[in-house]
Design a protein around this ligand. Structure first.
Ligand SMILES: Nc1nc2c(ncn2[C@@H]2O[C@H](COP(=O)(O)OP(=O)(O)O)[C@@H](O)[C@H]2O)c(=O)[nH]1
Ligand SMILES: [Mg+2]
Length: 491
């Protein structure tokens, strides 16, 4: 039997252990450093931490709720929307507040109208160190989601707190991956994306970023074509000069429509169905404003219409009516159409391809970067040896190279066709050998090997082109290594 090759996570674990013994041997280990190393080690066994980032009101909390399928992140302007909040899987609901220098307080789990109410009580946001919500959810068993209050907030403190979490001056970011939401290309987004990229480039921030063009239903005045229009905008972003060298791939998603689809009630459907049956001119006159929509004389009860405005917004109502008129004839059909139309399924797929299937590597990367920071702060001849091993592992681990190349791919000066082929082979669409090679999932190992060999030939040929710039050369080399790894595994 061939000996098992240790995984990157195993190697990271070993290096954490080595660091502990080296620092102990040179008597440099304090209780605080020991605790830091323990946290670093534990992180390898916990779900991947994904932070939702973006400016205020970009739709982060709504999208978090849509991903989980329940309203657990507050979207109203209360104190708790001003603090970074951690949502993780748990057997039963629990809310824990850490405040005033490490004091821990359990908060009551209260729900109003199906929505979780996060009430900090007498504690003000500036005294909160951490707010943690444990919730039974299969998604949260896989990812710990971190809702950030948003930058460009009116409050300087709130912006500063968010930036301190995402791009800390000291140490590394506590998240392993980021979903970045923006509504349009605003200078505040460019500035924040630049900061996130700088941090990733210097190893202090996560390598994985998924971009979302959020509130996508608002793009085209709320017609059934709004998501298509948003997809057009996201395609334009790929060539936006302002985003040169930054993340440019944005998935159009409407968190609100996705959430409404997942929590749709029969009464909401009935009201929307009654409205969909109205003649166009009557409906248009009603949809002029929320006030008119509620007060005008229509078949559906005014109280129900008011609830619809609160839950769906005027745009959401328009989209839902369009979907009913296009054939969604009952509540389950409308629910499924709303989710499909929202782009949430695409987001789930992308999250799986970019984060889920690489979660061990992303976690190992975070742990190694944190470990590197600790070793740099506590230098000794022996810790220098461990530091060299950490640096070697960070530079030589091919999946980290793939992530780095994928992060810079949209800005690569190569034809779109080549960039797409690179993305596929480097695992940007999924990390299985067959997905990388564009083969059916049941392809035999012999065929997979043959396809990998063919792909190596293709990328070697690309590499032989004269005058290639350095990023392109690196990308092609990475593609060849990915194919070689497939050959080795498919033998
Ligand atoms: N039309 C529409 N409104 C949205 C969407 N997502 C959020 N909103 C609304 O935008 C406002 C801010 O949303 P929120 O999720 O709290 O944004 P955050 O500050 O980024 O967390 C709320 O009134 C939401 O109802 C969306 O996909 N479509
Ligand atoms: Mg929020």
């Amino acid at each position: 039997m061939s000996p098992q090759v240790p995984s990157t996570v195993d190697l990271a674990r070993m290096l954490i252990r080595d660091t502990r013994s080296e620092l102990k041997a040179s008597s440099q280990i304090s209780a605080a450093v020991d605790a830091e190393l323990a946290v670093c080690q534990r992180r390898l066994d916990e779900p991947l931490r994904v932070a939702l980032a973006g400016t205020l009101k970009s739709g982060k909390s709504t999208l978090l709720n849509a991903l989980v399928g329940e309203e657990i992140a507050p979207t109203d302007a209360t104190e708790c929307t001003r603090v970074v909040t951690w949502f993780s899987g748990s057997a039963g609901p629990r809310i824990e507040l850490t405040h005033d220098g490490g004091r821990r307080t359990s908060l009551p789990v209260l729900r109003t109208d199906g929505r979780l109410r996060l009430d900090l009580g007498a504690v003000t946001a500036d005294r909160v160190e951490r707010l943690e919500v444990g919730w039974p959810s299969s998604l949260l068993d896989q990812y710990t989601l971190v809702d950030t209050p948003g930058t460009s907030s009116n409050s300087h403190d709130v912006s500063a707190r968010t930036l301190a979490f995402l791009t800390p001056d000291q140490g590394t970011c506590e998240a392993d991956a980021i979903v970045y939401l923006m509504r349009s290309l605003h200078s505040a987004d460019v500035a924040l994306l630049r900061k996130l990229h700088e941090h990733a480039g210097t190893g202090r921030g996560p390598l994985g970023i998924v971009g979302v063009l959020s509130r996508a239903d608002e793009t085209d005045g709320g017609h059934a074509t709004s998501l298509d229009a948003a997809r057009g905008v996201s395609a334009q972003l790929r060539t936006a000069p302002e985003l040169n060298g930054l993340h440019r791939d944005f998935l159009a998603v409407s968190g609100l429509l996705a959430l409404r689809g997942q929590t749709l009630r029969q009464q909401e459907f009935s009201t929307l169905d009654q409205l969909a049956a109205l003649p166009d001119d009557v409906l248009e006159a009603a949809l002029v404003s929320p006030g008119r929509f509620v007060t005008i004389d229509l078949p559906a009860p005014a109280a129900h219409r008011e609830q619809l405005v609160t839950a769906f917004g005027m745009v959401g109502i328009r989209v839902a009516i369009s979907l009913i008129r296009c054939g969604a004839r009952d509540a389950p059909a409308l629910a499924a159409e709303l989710v499909r139309h929202s782009g949430l399924n695409d987001l789930h797929r992308t999250l799986h391809a970019r984060f889920g299937s690489r979660n061990r590597q992303l976690k190992a990367h975070s742990a190694l970067r944190t470990l590197r920071g600790i070793l740099l702060r506590h230098r000794s001849p022996n810790s220098a040896r461990v530091l060299r091993s950490v640096d070697r592992l960070l530079a030589d681990t091919h999946p980290f190279t793939e992530l780095r190349v994928l992060a810079g791919l949209v800005a690569l000066p190569a034809p779109e066709r080549t960039r797409n082929a690179l993305s596929q082979v480097l695992g940007g669409c999924g990390t299985s050998a067959t997905t990388r090679l564009g083969l059916p999932p049941d392809t035999t190992p012999a065929h997979t090997r043959a396809a990998a060999l063919h792909a190596i030939g293709y990328w070697r040929h690309q590499l032989s082109e004269p005058l290639l710039d350095q990023p392109t050369t690196q990308s092609y080399r990475a593609a060849i290594r990915s194919c070689e790894a497939i050959m080795a595994c498919a033998s």
